[in-house]
Design a binder for this molecule. Structure first.
Ligand code: ATP
Ligand code: MG
Length: 225
């Protein structure tokens, strides 16, 4: 089964002159760790936002597993994302008035579906934070964190609740070597355990050998901006 299946997908922003994303046919098999590369501005983040139902395509079909995103209402897409996806945004999107622990917990509070999958939420959140070297910051305001620390909180939030699909947008760009290793180890370990699919966007080509497959954005999309 495909975790992601795209057919004749076309998307542009109101101000775009041509399609930003224009993909005839592409799929990611369930359980695959896929590395997506491409130059700045080519449309990688936009594609991830379409997959997550944050942006809506003008044409084509977007399937996440057996769900056709294109047919869902905006509310249904929000629910689907909260229940089934883990998303590390390029800009993290942490909630400034919640502390580190609460930011991770929020993924469960937003989704009863995720919450019922985690037997001991507190213990699981603490375990994720520990794996990422963030235990000492558990009760710290996220506004007081460095960029790399915020990236690690964003990963913990994406991994909690056993998401079927993990979308990660430049998630290691601010991390030093050791923290990057920890970050990737945890991502791979959790994804393998859950048999989750991972679509990982990065400029860092040294990471691509760790993945099952590398895809260049230009191979799948003929859009120009
Ligand atoms: N909200 C928006 N409104 C209009 N155009 C946008 C918007 N967001 C992105 N774009 C444009 O769409 C194109 C693709 O942007 P996108 O953010 O998907 O690129 P990217 O591949 O993720 O780049 P980077 O590697 O720098 O993160 C760019 O030309 C960008 O200027
Ligand atoms: Mg981007």
């Amino acid at each position: 089964m495909a975790a992601i299946l795209l057919k004749n997908l076309q998307f542009k922003y109101p101000s775009s002159k041509t399609w930003v994303v224009d993909i005839k046919d592409w799929q990611v098999p369930a359980g695959e760790m896929c590395f997506l590369s491409g130059p700045s501005g080519c449309g990688k983040s936009t594609l991830l936002e379409i997959l997550a139902g944050i942006q809506k395509e003008q044409a084509g079909e977007v399937w996440i597993g057996t769900t056709e995103m294109s047919r869902l209402s905006p509310q249904e897409r929000d629910r689907f994302r909260a229940d089934h996806l883990g998303y590390v945004f390029q800009s993290f999107n942490l909630i400034p008035y919640l502390n580190v622990f609460e930011n991770v917990q929020l993924a469960l509070e937003m989704s009863p579906h995720k919450k019922q999958k985690v037997a001991s939420p507190r213990a699981k959140i603490d375990e994720l934070l520990r794996s990422l070297g963030m235990s000492d910051f558990r009760d710290r305001a996220v506004t007081e964190l460095s960029i790399g620390q915020q990236q690690r909180v964003a990963l913990a939030r994406a991994l909690i609740g056993e998401p079927e699909l993990i979308l990660a947008d430049e998630p290691t760009s601010a991390l030093d070597y050791d923290h990057r290793e920890k970050f990737l180890q945890l991502l791979f370990q959790e994804a393998r355990k859950l048999k989750s699919t991972v679509l990982f966007v990065s400029h860092d080509r040294t990471l691509e050998k760790l993945f099952d497959r590398t895809v260049a954005f230009s191979e799948i999309s003929k859009g120009r901006t």
